[in-house]
Ligand binder design. Structure first.
Ligand code: SF4
Ligand code: MG
Length: 325
């Protein structure tokens, strides 16, 4: 189906005293209209920086950003601050882990919803109130009229998460970027928020990039999955393929450890070895120090993206066609 956002060879580098951090290194992917695309990986793999770069929230300098982020026929990286600000919040919305940080503690929730409605939709106070209350109802907030006049600190984390979602969706963004939006919530609320996102995605046909380390959430929510490791996307496929037929040794490890942890009653995937430090990524395939299949070639040459199947791409020499070299 139609591609709504195209990220091409995106690089986000930072210079530090320890060297250059290649936080996002040559990342390319497409977000299709109406889909939920999960970006999965351990913390520090670059998934949040990728998202922040798309949102125009990474400042350069100090960062060095290269590549293209094509939305609506334009490269977002060419926009100035003011142009970006108009797209952010209106066309591309964002929700994240810590809802408190989306609000100003000094203003009521209603006042903040009004600001969004005024800036992006040009509504007056009365119209904004009506639209906000309607939206608060949609995200399942009981007695929204009362909530409207409350301050953020008067609400529970789960409630505030819903208000943040309402505030983000009120402008009906074409794209929603959700960065670990349920990680801080307890399991029941987490399930409710995920259901809510599913419903809203259906109602508004929003395209969602869902960033998470939680494979349980991915299996419930995503249409397609991209797995990130050490600043690169190493595998791309449908949710079904990734769980049923993972190809990249890293993804296979995640799936295996998921089953083990599940039996131990835990949730976070963990596989042997450490994620390398971002200032010191290994040469060649960045996964090679942890990979049981690594060869000499893997230690020096960065693997290309190979097509393992229709709609299934793997960045690993095991899937390369040596005959064509
Ligand atoms: Fe392992 Fe080599 Fe594949 Fe990297 S390219 S995942 S080291 S087999
Ligand atoms: Mg993160």
């Amino acid at each position: 189906s139609e591609v709504i956002l195209k990220v091409e060879n995106l690089k986000t580098y930072f210079n530090t005293y320890d060297g250059t951090v290649k936080a996002v290194d040559n990342v390319s992917f497409e977000l299709r209209k109406g889909e939920i695309l999960a970006l999965v990986g351990e913390s520090g793999c670059g998934k949040s920086i990728t998202n922040m770069t798309i949102m125009g929230l990474v400042k350069q300098p100090p960062a060095m950003i290269e590549g293209k982020i094509i939305y609506n026929g334009q490269n977002l990286l060419d926009l100035n601050y003011e142009q970006y600000r108009k797209i952010r919040g209106k066309e591309i919305g964002m929700i994240f882990q810590e809802p408190m940080s989306a609000f100003d503690p000094l203003y009521t929730v209603g006042e903040q919803l009004f600001e969004v409605c005024k800036i992006h939709l040009g509504l007056n106070k009365k119209q904004a109130r009506e639209k906000s209350i309607e939206m608060l109802k949609k995200v399942g907030i009981p007695s929204p009229e009362k909530r409207f006049d409350e301050y953020p600190h008067e609400m529970s984390g789960g409630m505030l998460q819903r208000v943040m979602i309402a505030m983000t969706l009120i402008t009906e963004p074409k794209i929603l970027i959700a960065d670990e939006p349920t990680t801080a919530l307890d399991v029941t609320i987490q399930a409710q928020v995920l259901n809510l996102m599913r419903d809203l995605q259906k109602e508004f046909n929003t395209s969602i990039i869902f960033i998470t380390h939680d494979l349980g959430v991915v299996s419930e929510l995503a249409d397609r999955v991209h797995v990130m490791y050490a600043g690169k996307i190493v595998e791309k496929s449908t949710v079904y393929e990734i769980f049923d037929n993972p190809k990249h040794p890293y993804t296979q490890g995640l799936m295996k450890s998921r089953v083990q942890k599940f039996y131990k009653g835990k949730y976070l995937p963990h596989i042997d070895g450490f994620v390398p430090k971002a200032t010191n990524f290994p040469e060649g395939c960045r996964f090679h120090p942890r990979c049981e299949f690594a060869t000499e070639k893997c230690k020096t040459m960065i693997p290309d993206d190979f097509k393992a199947k229709e709609n299934h791409t793997v960045s690993c020499w095991l899937y390369g066609d040596d005959k064509n070299e």
